[in-house]
Design a protein around this ligand. Structure first.
Ligand code: WTA
Length: 652
């Protein structure tokens, strides 16, 4: 997303108010990794020592001499320190936890694999040695185009071990998207698979990459994992099978001590306009930020079985599927496939089967589960759960309540965590043993993080008024630059308010200082001169018993300026659209305000979403304006657009 777009010229009106409050459930605080409210003040007074405290719990080959150097907008953390993330995720645990499961993997067809810390360490060493044999050294880029299988995690940790820079490209992206990212990063190696399973179908990833590899001049070698066992075309001299490559290779590979500011990975994030940006993260600060937040927000303990449903193609998969839980010595569950395959109870079955204690997912997944109906949960035993998390979008209060009651059984705190690819770590969040929860609010900045809601001039807004969400002090896991484009780093994040990080999101603070993220600043609606957040209208719609998902956008109108158009997906088994249009319009005007009465409601089976589940409102705006739709390369299912264009014409 580009964060430089125009935003609210006037504050955003707030029309919905959420009154429900949930203190930490009985017994939770007592066992939580953090239950002392004084941490906030302590971190505010001396943020450097606060972060240093976490850094000291990890292994450094050479200590740092300075915690932070801040030459806006360039930060360096733990200067002079040498460390290795793979070492901290693996070797650090070997004396006590070599035989404990580090990774529990379930394939979509139902196959499974478990790797202990000892086994994972060996596999990582073998692959790191293979990479070295292939000529990969410190700073070289390695692209991964793989489904969520153990080898993907092994490859990430192997890169980190030798100082190579991983560049994970989501396996659902097209070969052209892969090509663009490989070329931008200048990757020497590509790691992929013969086939990946998704919703029962086999995606032939190696064959797909062959279509573009001729146009990826930097790629010297392609390592192919036999996931599907179906074989793949192999180019002699360039392509090799993973299993053949690591056969007979030593399982010893001492980790390379890296400078704290050595590059760890590049991860591309798409902009609403322009080319994807290669967000650069470095070693020491990222490690400390991710470790701190996994310990305190996800309350991670050594005996937790933790499942985060994100793919490693996203930042959540980097920070909280791989690095965070392994830094904490926990067991991390990974699942290859779709949440509704073979049936709509797959997620609940996985939780039951592995006795998952901490579960972290996205609102889009929760809303999908709601629309499938609660009968899918009835026979599943979810009593192992103790903590739930949400990330990726604002979670609508009704979805929150369902998650709380039906999944958490009213005993699990929900941590609604706001952060970004760029922030690397969770930034706004409850601390589950401390914070009173309000459904729909990501609550407060993590200790040591400082965030504000400001107006156009960068001045803090009074409580209740919506404006821009900014971060006012550097944090350890912050992005360092945009790969190959330092100007864009400045232009996208630092130009609007000098020295202050511009998130591109809009938000408001309430009377308790809780932050409510309202969505992307460039998604804000302007109806009859009132600036409304898409989040509020959508939340209100989702609270209607018949509605599963909704997207609200503004369409230009010759007289009124802008009118509200809502795209709505109804729940399975509810009455057809015909009966719902008028009641839904009344409902919104009643729940929010007559000014928010939708001009039009379009019923649809699918909403256009990114591969990570975010609704692409700009495409809906294009459809509603009747113009050609913009870039759809990150859309999960491009056919949705055609269907919607047809629908829209029919409804207009
Ligand atoms: C949105 C995902 C509200 C927000 C980790 C942000 C959220 C963008 C939340 C980053 C949340 C993420 N509440 N909005 N809890 N979490 N967002 O880079 O708009 O894929 O700017 O990182 O997702 O998305 P990204």
């Amino acid at each position: 997303m580009d964060k430089s777009g125009a935003g609210p010229a006037q504050p955003i009106s707030t029309l919905l108010e959420e009154k429900r409050r949930f203190p930490p459930p009985g017994g939770f605080s007592h066992q939580a990794n953090i239950h002392d409210p004084a941490v906030y003040e302590r971190a505010r007074q001396d943020p450097d020592s606060f972060w240093e405290g976490f850094a000291r719990e990890l292994i450094w080959h050479r200590p740092w001499h300075q915690v932070l150097q801040w030459d806006p907008p360039h930060a360096q953390w733990f200067l002079g320190g040498h460390t290795n993330l793979s070492h901290n995720c693996l070797d650090r645990h070997l004396p006590h936890r070599a035989d404990k499961p580090a990774l529990l993997w379930e394939g979509e067809p139902g196959d499974s694999r478990s790797l202990t810390y000892g086994e994972l360490h060996q596999e990582v060493c073998r692959f790191a040695n293979l990479l070295t044999d292939l000529g990969v050294g410190k700073g070289d880029r390695v692209s991964l185009y793989m489904p969520l299988i153990p080898e993907a995690v092994i490859a990430m940790l192997a890169c980190a071990r030798i100082g190579a820079v991983h560049n994970v490209v989501f396996s659902g992206f097209s070969p052209e998207a892969l090509q663009e990212r490989i070329n931008n990063a200048g990757s020497r190696i590509l790691v992929t698979v013969d086939g990946a399973y998704r919703r029962g179908q086999l995606l032939e990833l190696k064959e797909a990459t062959d279509k573009v590899l001729a146009d990826c001049p930097s790629v010297e070698k392609v390592v192919v994992v036999r996931r599907a066992g179906k074989g793949a075309p192999m180019t002699p001299g360039r392509d090799l099978w993973w299993d053949e490559g690591v056969a007979g290779v030593s399982t010893q590979c001492p980790s390379t001590p890296l400078d704290s500011e050595d590059m760890l990975f590049i991860l591309y994030t798409s902009g609403t306009t322009g080319k994807p940006k290669g967000v650069v993260h470095t070693t020491g600060g990222y490690m400390v930020g991710v470790y701190a937040t996994t310990r305190w927000v996800l309350d991670m303990k050594e005996d937790d079985v933790y499942w985060c449903t994100a793919d490693i193609g996203w930042i959540t998969g980097h920070s909280y599927v791989v690095y965070g839980p392994l830094l904490c010595g926990a067991t991390t569950v990974i699942y290859e496939g779709a949440p509704d395959y073979h049936a709509r109870d797959r997620m609940w079955r996985i939780i039951e089967k592995y006795h998952v204690s901490v579960f972290y997912t996205a609102p889009t997944v929760v809303r999908a589960a709601i629309s499938w109906g609660r009968e899918w949960l009835h026979e599943r035993d979810l009593s192992s759960l103790r903590l739930l998390g949400s990330v990726g979008e604002p979670i609508n209060p009704e979805a929150w309540m369902w998650y709380w009651e039906k999944v958490g059984g009213g005993r699990c705190p929900i941590v609604d965590t706001w952060w970004q690819t760029e922030t690397g770590m969770i930034m706004l969040t409850p601390l589950p043993g401390l914070t009173e929860l309000k459904p729909g609010s990501a609550t407060l900045p993590f200790p040591g993080v400082e965030a504000e809601v400001v107006d156009e001039q960068g001045q803090p807004l009074p409580h209740g008024q919506g404006g821009y969400l900014v971060v006012t002090r550097p944090w350890p896991a912050m992005l360092r630059t945009i790969y190959g484009n330092p100007k864009r780093y400045i232009q996208a994040y630092w130009n609007r308010f000098p020295g202050i990080y511009f998130t591109g999101d809009s938000a408001r603070k309430d009377e308790d200082g809780y932050i409510w993220v309202l969505g992307r600043a460039d998604d804000v609606l302007n109806i009859a001169g009132h600036r409304l957040s898409t989040m509020e209208v959508e939340s209100a719609l989702v609270a209607h018993p018949a509605v599963a998902e909704a997207a609200a956008i503004g369409r230009s109108h010759p007289i009124k300026g802008e009118v509200l158009v809502c795209f709505v997906t109804v729940k399975v088994g509810t009455d057809g659209p015909v009966n719902l249009e008028a009641p839904l319009k009344d409902y919104i005007s009643d729940k929010i305000s007559p000014i928010a009465r939708p001009d039009q409601i379009v019923f649809t089976a699918e909403l256009p979403k990114t591969q990570s589940g975010k609704i692409m409102r700009r495409l809906l705006r294009d459809i509603a304006e009747g113009r050609a739709v913009g870039d759809v390369s990150t859309l999960s299912d491009p056919s949705t657009i055609l269907t919607l264009q047809e629908k829209y014409k029919g409804a207009a």
